[in-house]
Write a protein that binds this ligand. Sequence first.
Ligand code: SF4
Length: 553
Amino acid sequence: MTTKIPAPAREWGGRLPVALVFPEEESQALSTLGWQGVYRELTADNGFIVERYFWDRRNNQALSPDSDRRLGIFPLICFSLNFEGDYLRLINMLRAEDLPVRSADRGDWPLIMAGGPIAFLNPFPVLPSLDFVFVGESEDRFAKIALIIRESWLSGQSGPEALKQVSPRPGILIQGQRHKVRKQISYDQANLLPSPVHSSFISSKAVFRDSFLVEINRGCPYGCRFCAAGFIYRPPRSAHLARVKKIIQAAAPRKVGLVGTALTDWPDLKQLLAWLHRKKIKFSLASMRADGLDRTFLEFLRNTGTRTITLAVEGISRTLRTAANKHFDEEKFFTAVENISDLRFNTLKLYFILGLPGENLSDLDELALFLEKLEKARQSGKGGKQKGVDLISISASMFVPKPWTPLQWAPMDSEQSFQEKTSVFKKMCSSYRGLTFKAEKASAARIQGLLSRGDQKVHDLLLLASEYGDSWRKALKTWTGKMEDYVDREFPAETCFAWDIIDIGVDKKYLFQEWKKYNLALMTSPCDHHPCSQCRRCGMDGFLQEQERVDRT
Ligand code: SF4
């Protein structure tokens, strides 16, 4: 059934109006870079009128800081999807605009599309609501797609005609597509990041208040087997120092936030921070590794305003960290804790994952020993002084299997088991002063797990949850699918996943080998900056050759 919806106004002065939608609150959007890069690409061309839309939590609808125009009047509506939670907000935003939530029921303009990391991780649960998906890292590639749509729109073509023009383009996925779609990546021979993304907006409303965010690296060489970023952004690439300095100088910010994974691995980090310090520009680092925190560097961070250090421990035992391929040097970690305490940082934040496959009581026993060592390191850092690191805040999240990771075949933990483990963990922490513990809700994590491995059948569940005012419990009761089919079982090797139609360059056989190594608790060395052509381990070498051929045509 095609619903007649008011056609978007045609007369915009020969320009294409585009709504760029980040389905989360503005504070979160302003601290996320991908869509800001697309915003800059599109606004660089005067032929587009671009307005931003964020999620208005109070009214559960889209809200624009740029105008009071309704989202539904834009002929091109672009969603930036970054988290599984965005799926439901997308549906809610369309419903709030009286736009049919199934693209099949829309029949003409607007064209509604999505991009962002979720687009190349697994867009299938929300695909029935979309006319097309852009699978890849944008860097001007999406602007080319928008240009084609603009020509169609200005020449009076219908939405479906415009879609016909776009669907053969590289990186485009549409419903019912049978052929593979290659993820579009931005890459150069030297594994450098040609154009690091950075903030288009600096705001006191942002999660990273008043910070100018700049990307330092994309992807991660370590390949932790539960982490999608280590696989969907291969090969790992770093920005060029001179390029980063130029970007910061052009923005002249008072504070800079450096974005990336394992920033302490970037060889130019200390040079850049010293340069920022000389220019009296404050800075913050998104993520660090304990093995990159020697005494001198910690002193520099302490003397230049850093008060909180955040480290990821992940698995609660050595066995689980090995199985997860977490390159974690315990000795360097505890030495870092001693120095952090001795230098009297205010807070040490530690992140753990509970519920990894194969986790058992002996892992919890090992955790108890780990916490003892942690306290000992903190105390020895104090060295009899009154103060050390005041607060060690521990957060435990639940393992959620992610597409394109070696653990995409793995079952999730049950709600009951996770809750038992968190209460044991919490009890352990309560016996230490200044050690706090918090864990995420198992029910929310399992919904995330269902969405993360969902297929198009999950779209019906999203519609139900939206109708029931975001109640997953009610929706699951009515939905014809079964949650346990998506989260509670180990998938066999030959499983054909919905996202297999996307080619991110990493070979599925390589991922399955890594899953087997997980179960044997065997490590794999990092992919640190070999040219892929020499390494050939995960399949990226062949993919990059093909990308170069495509880029030449
Ligand atoms: S081919 Fe080797 S260097 Fe390239 S991404 Fe894969 S593992 Fe890393």
